[in-house]
Design a protein around this ligand. Sequence first.
Ligand code: CO
Length: 213
Amino acid sequence: MNPLKHLFDRNRAWAARIRQGTPHFFQDLSKQQTPEYLWIGCADSRVPANEIVGLLPGGVFVHRNVANLVIHSDLNCLSCIQYAVEVLQVKHIMVVGHYGCGGVTAALENRKLGLIDNWLRHVQDVMQKHSRLLEANPQDRQLARLCELNVVEQAFNVAQTTVVRGAWDRGQELTVHGWIYDLSDGLLRDLDVGASDLAECMAANARVAAMPS
Ligand code: CO
């Protein structure tokens, strides 16, 4: 008896539903993928990339980790960006955070959770960099603000990778975006730090640094 039989049942029903609409969907998709988007999001179970933007399999290339971090020495994330940009030629990379992020909360409250504290140290770096901005917010608004600032910083990190800078140097059409998702209403918000070249990236960076709160 397979204790996870219900998941296989759901899988068969899901595949049948898609085949009903498009009989050759899976056969066609098995031959190639041509997604236009790379989604870098949080591993949180409540933030599933495809579903949120209503895309079927094949629509979005996805990298997820706790607190949607883009670290310059993380070969996993960097490889994903490189493959998406240079091989799949995606046109957009979106870093997507979410309000109420457990990773960001743990970082803000300096909770001790074990190994993951080392990973979340990167969020604490964001916190320290923007301490003045954060402290200008009331206590109950600081978590939401840090979730937003973390997205902004990670989007900048994407833009600073050798892969993205190389693509821009070659004139490849590629835009980096920073978005945030609201668990309480299912809606995405654009944080308006989108950049299609290094100058736009720097301008967005300067705008955020100059924000009053
Ligand atoms: Co999260």
